[in-house]
Design a protein around this ligand. Structure first.
Ligand code: M6R
Length: 600
């Protein structure tokens, strides 16, 4: 979703801003812009489409050592040059970039700016016009900025520059992520540390309803009432090579290939010296004391949460419900007496989850975030965090984070079982090593996966994925992967449910991908496949060693039944990748999607 960068230092600001925006491209956007300041004023360049298009309109002869930049994912008003950020006040004194959604912008406009002509359709423009209007009333820029932010309802991360004081960037945040990066004589602003690793790896977090006055020499944090805040910095443990594609054509393919390494990394992070599971005692207690666990998630993470429920219930014997965050937020079920909330999120920034977390904290229930980004909002605001250790995931389509989430659930489930004295014959650390080897087999079988994509998906408008029990959840994920990057309409169904309606959609040649890794439902799902084949479907059956039959298209190596999703999803990821590639889709940046979904 939208991304912000800011720079104040001594080097060429526009190149640093543009490079920073390129690092934020993965978040998803539809227009981009920068503003740079110099003795001739503040120069705004913005364009619909990719950063490459923005580069074409930037005047390379304008030099500047201060500026702000933005990638916009449209919410208020369509993607266009006019609606792209930065936006300026009517006098052109102030220039702003903003992420988030201002819920009361119409009301603010009527109350404070009835005579101001708005140029764009965005909610953002209200902010910059308000600052200008309050400054005209005699407030300093800082006072006008704080007064403006105090009026806003909704979410924002914002950076503002003042043409009359080009030595300062004013930054504010509420609910949307934003960081300040510190270096010697240089300070930067970024939605994501990755954007500014080119300048520094030392960052300071900003909390909600704080502002930061950023100059070359310092970053002064204040509350909206002007009280100063003292906060230390931290070093981002990110390697800039982690966010490069290297020799890969796409991040998605690189990240699919990284899954065996991620598994081994998780094993090493969660293994104690005596080979047992290493987990914080606090987390263990929180899990074992719960009478019911509520897993809250969205998209792919929700699919991992469905598998997590199976693992925790079957291994540890604790009842679990998995909920879609945006539904739970406004339609909460009756809760048990001692619930634990587990928020599962690759980015740790998803607004729907954060909405639930805020409510959970108000109700004083314990919360655990499982995330790939430990310093993220959900990680900071929950009581406990478990890290998925997958390394930065850049492609919008989640792959390695999904399998990492399920691996962490397996470890958590077994740890809880052991703490509760439940006898189990399942060592997740050993079994994950087998998973890693099995994953490697698929990453080496790309030709076969490419052929399968050609055979089943080259011409079809739609596709179905069917499975039963835990395989059903993998089918939901396989379908999501295919639709989000190839735009083929795809659905994951419980095999037994097809005949209750959806089978009407099966016609000659409709691709149906069937999955069977669970012995107890193997014959049932094979029966369901026969039903669709009898109606003309083009079947692609994925099974597992020990259960395979002659015509099965893909056979995964034998894996412990709890962990089969970690391997059975690989052929689906790869087939989706090649289907998208052959259709000429932008695999890493699919249309309309954002990596980090920071609006509700
Ligand atoms: O960062 P999160 O895991 O909270 O994100 C949740 C979803 O937005 C995300 O999984 C989305 O569905 C992916 N594009 C799937 O590939």
């Amino acid at each position: 979703m939208c991304g912000i960068v800011g720079y104040i230092g001594t080097a060429d600001a526009k190149e640093i801003l543009l490079r920073g925006l390129e690092k934020l491209e993965y978040r998803g956007y539809d227009s981009a812009g920068i503003a740079i300041a110099n003795e001739r004023g503040v120069h705004v360049y913005k364009e619909k489409g990719r950063i490459a298009a923005l580069r074409d309109v930037v005047d390379t002869s304008e030099e500047s050592v201060v500026g702000i930049g933005h990638t916009r994912w449209a919410t208020h008003g369509p993607p266009s040059q006019v609606n792209a950020h930065p936006h300026q006040s009517a006098t052109s004194r102030y220039t702003i970039v903003h992420n988030g959604v201002i819920e009361n912008y119409e009301q603010l406009r009527r109350e404070f700016l009835p005579h101001v002509n708005m140029v764009s359709e965005t909610d953002t423009e209200i902010i910059v016009q308000l600052v200008d209007s309050f400054a005209k009333d005699g407030l300093t820029t800082e006072q006008a900025f704080r007064k403006t932010l105090s009026q806003l309802q909704g979410s924002y991360a914002t950076a503002l520059i003042d043409n009359q004081d080009q030595e300062t960037i004013y930054v504010g945040k509420n609910k949307s992520p934003l960081l300040i990066g510190l270096a010697d004589g240089v300070n930067v602003v970024a939605s994501d540390a990755m954007a500014m690793l080119q300048v520094t790896n030392e960052f300071v977090e900003i909390e909600d309803k704080e502002i930061v006055i950023v100059t070359r020499e310092q970053a002064q944090i204040k509350k909206l009432n002007g009280d100063e805040v003292d906060r230390g910095s931290y070093i981002a443990e990110l390697d800039s090579t982690d966010i490069e594609k290297g020799t890969y054509p796409h991040f998605m393919l690189k990240e699919i290939d990284e899954q065996p390494f991620v598994m081994r990394n998780i094993i090493s992070k969660y293994k104690a010296d005596d080979e047992s599971i290493k987990l914080d005692e606090d987390v263990r207690q929180a899990v074992t004391q719960a009478d019911r666990i509520y897993i809250i998630a969205a998209g792919t993470s929700y699919h991992a949460g469905l598998v997590g429920k199976e693992m925790i219930e079957k291994i540890a014997g604790i009842p679990v419900e998995t909920h879609i965050a945006s539904e739970f937020l406004y339609n909460m079920p009756l809760l048990s007496d001692n619930p634990l909330f587990i928020f599962i999120s690759q980015s740790g920034e998803t607004a729907d989850l954060r909405g639930v977390l805020v409510n959970v904290r108000q109700m004083a229930h314990p919360s655990l975030t499982i995330t790939n980004v430990p310093g993220s909002t959900l990680s900071r605001e929950a009581d406990y965090t478990l890290h998925t250790h997958a390394g930065p995931e850049i492609a919008v389509a989640s792959t390695k984070a999904y399998t990492a989430q399920m691996a962490v659930f397996a470890i958590l489930a077994v740890d809880a079982a052991q703490a509760r004295g439940v006898e189990i014959d399942f060592n997740p650390l050993q079994e994950l090593a087998i998973v890693a080897n099995a994953m490697e087999i698929f990453t080496e079988k790309k030709d076969l996966m490419e052929e399968a994509a050609q055979e089943y998906l080259s011409v079809s408008r739609n596709a179905f994925f069917i499975g039963r029990s835990i395989d059903y959840y993998v089918c939901m994920e396989g379908a999501l992967k295919l639709k989000e990057i190839s735009y083929i309409q795809a659905e994951g169904f419980a095999g037994g449910e097809l005949k209750h309606g959806t089978i009407a959609l099966i016609e000659e040649g409709t691709p149906v991908i069937g999955l069977a890794t669970q012995k107890d439902v193997n014959l049932n799902i094979r029966g369901n496949m026969k039903e669709v084949v009898a109606r003309g479907a083009n079947p692609c059956f994925i099974s597992m060693e020990g259960m395979e039959e002659e015509d099965d298209a893909i056979v995964i190596p034998k894996i412990h039944p709890y962990l089969t999703p970690l391997v059975s999803v690989l052929p689906m990821q790869l087939i989706s990748y090649y289907a998208a590639l052959h259709r000429g889709c932008d695999v890493d940046k699919p249309r309309n999607l954002a990596k980090s979904v920071t609006v509700e």
